[in-house]
Ligand binder design. Structure first.
Ligand code: SF4
Ligand code: MG
Length: 312
């Protein structure tokens, strides 16, 4: 459970401008039910990866808390809880040490945490390579000898070897060929069922998460603008930004065929977000009030949807 999580970076002042605060993540509250897949979707730079880093303890929140089973991910309980949350990052080319053999890469978390004898560690590595569908001989190979899909299986094995409860997947398929993406997504779904995992699945692409998620949270410039069930988000999106993301997902080549509402434009400067609703400069429905008042993320009474839009 994310409770009012914020992260503010301070940019250094340049010759012509004073240092100012960059609100990378602003007041994000989100519950991820056990055993479910929560999709977190938004354009690059919207704060998704910063959010992931706070969940992994790689970045300290400026405000707010992360709770696991009601216990805060800081102080005395931090170390024990942090083990239960493991990451799978985007790029299997840069996240694996090219000079280490696969068995060393996958077994490293066990060494770091001093879990088991070296024989037990080797057995668990072999077992985990099986689980992710890698051949035993991969253990003695180097990352450079494997395909992109195989490397991502190594990264998944490295996350699973700690037997986590929660896996943070940050764009785990976006560096892979389309033909390999589906295999990795199916593997992640199989592993979730087998080990009862809970996923936060981060993507810039709604289409990628459609067949994977139970719920979706949509982020824009550091804030959640809509959250709901998969059915609701894909069939009846309430926020104009969610609609625009769905439209762009339907366009094979962005900007062709489907009416362009302007998502091809660059995002506003995140260090200086627009006043009122931060989406208003790009929103086809913007009214006068949108330029003045920021809409609150509010729950609908009829279901578990939340949306931040004056017109929703
Ligand atoms: Fe568009 Fe206004 Fe809703 Fe923002 S609040 S998404 S600008 S209609
Ligand atoms: Mg990112």
């Amino acid at each position: 459970e994310l409770c009012g999580l914020s992260k503010t970076f301070t940019l250094g002042g340049g010759l012509f401008r004073r240092g100012r605060a960059l609100g990378a993540v602003s007041d994000v509250s989100l519950r991820i039910p056990r055993g479910q897949v929560m999709g977190l979707v938004g354009e690059s730079g919207c704060g998704k990866s910063t959010l992931a880093k706070m969940l992994l303890g790689l970045t300290t929140p400026s405000e707010g808390d992360v709770l696991v089973d009601g216990r805060p991910l800081r102080g005395a309980s931090q170390k024990a809880l942090a083990r239960r949350i493991q990451p799978i990052f985007q790029d299997p080319y840069s996240s694996l040490n090219p000079r280490k053999r696969i068995a060393q890469i996958v077994g490293l978390p066990l060494q770091v945490h001093g879990i088991g004898t070296s024989r037990e560690q080797a057995a668990r590595v072999a077992e985990t390579l099986d689980v992710v569908g890698l051949p035993r001989r991969a253990a003695d190979q180097f990352p450079g000898q494997l395909s992109g899909g195989q490397r991502q299986r190594v990264a998944i094995a490295r996350a699973l070897i700690m037997r986590p409860d929660i896996v943070i997947c940050d764009e785990p398929t976006s560096a892979l060929d389309v033909s390999v993406q589906a295999q990795i997504l199916n593997l992640l779904l199989d592993l979730k069922a087998e080990f009862g995992l809970t996923y936060l699945f981060i993507s810039h692409d709604l289409a990628v998460v459609e067949h994977l998620v139970d719920r979706v949270a949509v982020m824009y410039l550091g804030r959640i603008v809509e959250e709901g069930t998969r059915e609701q988000i894909f069939a009846a999106p309430r926020h104009p930004y969610t609609r625009a993301l769905l439209d762009s997902a339907l366009t094979p080549e962005p900007g062709l065929g489907v009416p362009d509402i302007g998502l091809g434009d660059t995002m506003p400067d995140p260090s200086d977000p627009p006043a009122g609703c931060a989406f208003h400069p790009r929103c086809p429905k913007a009214q006068a009030i949108c330029r003045q008042q920021r809409p609150r993320l509010e729950a609908f009474r009829d279901d578990s949807t939340r949306v931040a839009c004056h017109l929703a």
